[in-house]
Design a protein around this ligand. Structure first.
Ligand SMILES: Cc1ncc(COP(=O)(O)O)c(C=O)c1O
Length: 391
């Protein structure tokens, strides 16, 4: 068997991290991995999470199996968090998943079950793991351009590329904080997407991995809620990795919302069959923590907004230095983008120069994680970027 095992390259992201770890320079800056870091460069456990864990440890009763769809209370709470105070709560089926990635895969399998010939339309550039997940489920994937024009998403380019999409195809969108570009649609543009989906018969599949990282959780869900109010079927993959800092607890949810409520029971059964044939049921610990955070939302929101403010401040500081140093216009846009990521206007070769000459590490496609930057490093990054762009 092993003779026939295909040769695969190690994931380039992890190779880059190895390079970073081996770099002996004291001034090196890691903007590679997509995790939040505080001003000290740490990815901390939120205080609200620590308190919840303490509470859970004290009252632990049993580790017996839970439902196939995970923690029922968590499922209801995360659905509410995504939908807001919306009567659509009766029109959805939500199951707890193994992180946002698990939700993406379960929903990809779900799509394959009923419409295996549907094309998944994915943003270009897009999240590095969307394609492998969709393809692993047997789905075909095509892309549409996701670029800015005059500081906004160039929606005309999206629609031009989506022209070939046919009824029943799926459009995979990032609910907020687009990874890797940081370019989010305006509310009017979300509305245009919803109208377009309705007109073409496309099914939106919203990946909500950063709710609360761009703006408030309510504002970040505004696009998603437009879709839900207008369309008959919406798929949502949600993650608690970033907004609760539960990364390694692998906590997320897959949600199907439909006006065809008679189908909800069967939808649940199909979703549960998919997980049963894979990992059976999701781990409880992260969902139990998340549920306690949802029970008492204010202190969690306070910590979440502190994370968000830090990223916004880093972007603003960078923007101010760009102005002061009269940076090329292609760089100024970074200060307007949303969430942790920006895609630099640099080629793969320029990203190598950034790494080799300035000890600043981003991925080869130009993505940097601004949450990896400390205040004291903002000027260093700004000057390095100006130098590389001009060179
Ligand atoms: C756009 C997007 N979707 C999904 C995920 C996966 O999240 P999780 O770690 O919860 O699996 C990520 C993680 O970086 C992401 O950026």
């Amino acid at each position: 068997m092993l003779k026939n095992l295909p040769q695969r390259e190690v994931d380039p992201l992890w190779c880059l991290l190895d390079k970073f770890n081996a770099d002996q320079r004291k001034n090196k800056i890691d903007l590679i991995v997509g995790v939040y870091r505080n001003e000290s460069g740490k990815t901390p456990v939120m205080q609200v999470v620590q308190d919840a864990e303490q509470l859970l440890a004290n009252k632990a009763e049993s580790k017996s199996y839970k439902q196939l769809s995970g923690n029922t209370k968590f499922n209801r709470q995360i659905a509410q968090f995504l939908l807001g105070d919306n009567n659509k709560l009766d029109s959805q089926c939500t199951i707890q998943t193994v992180g946002g990635s698990g939700a993406l895969r379960v929903l990809a399998d779900f799509i394959f079950c009923s419409s295996r010939n549907a094309i998944i339309w994915n943003t270009d550039p897009g999240y590095i793991n969307h394609r492998p997940i969709m393809e692993a489920a047997g789905l075909k994937i095509k892309s549409f351009r996701w670029q800015q024009k005059h500081g906004q998403l160039n929606i005309a380019a999206c629609f031009a590329d989506l022209e070939k999409a046919k009824k029943g195809d799926i459009i995979l969108l990032h609910g907020c904080c687009h990874n890797p570009t940081g370019i989010d649609p305006t509310l009017e543009q979300w509305q245009a997407f919803a109208d377009y989906c309705q007109y073409k018969g496309l099914i939106p599949f919203i990946d909500m991995a950063y709710q609360g990282f761009g703006e408030s959780p309510e504002e970040d869900a505004a696009g998603l809620r437009l879709f839900i109010n207008q369309l008959d079927l919406v798929l949502v993959a949600a993650s608690c990795s970033k907004n609760m800092g539960l990364y390694c607890e692998r906590t997320g949810a897959a949600m199907v919302i439909t006006t065809n409520t008679q189908q909800l029971h069967n939808i649940r059964t199909v979703l549960e069959r998919i997980t049963r044939a894979s990992y059976s049921m999701p781990p409880e610990h992260g969902a139990a923590i998340a549920s306690l955070l949802f029970d008492n939302i204010k202190p969690w929101f306070d910590e979440l907004s502190a994370c968000r403010d830090r990223i916004v401040n880093v972007r603003q500081a960078l923007g101010n230095i760009f102005k002061e140093l009269n940076a090329p216009t292609s760089l100024h846009i970074i200060s307007q983008q949303k969430g942790m990521f920006s895609l630099l206007p640099l080629t793969a070769e320029q990203m190598i120069i950034l790494r080799e000459e300035f000890a600043i590490y981003g991925t080869s496609n130009g993505r940097i994680n601004l949450a990896g930057l400390q205040k004291s490093q903002v000027r260093t990054l700004a000057e390095a970027l100006i130098s590389v762009v001009k060179s």
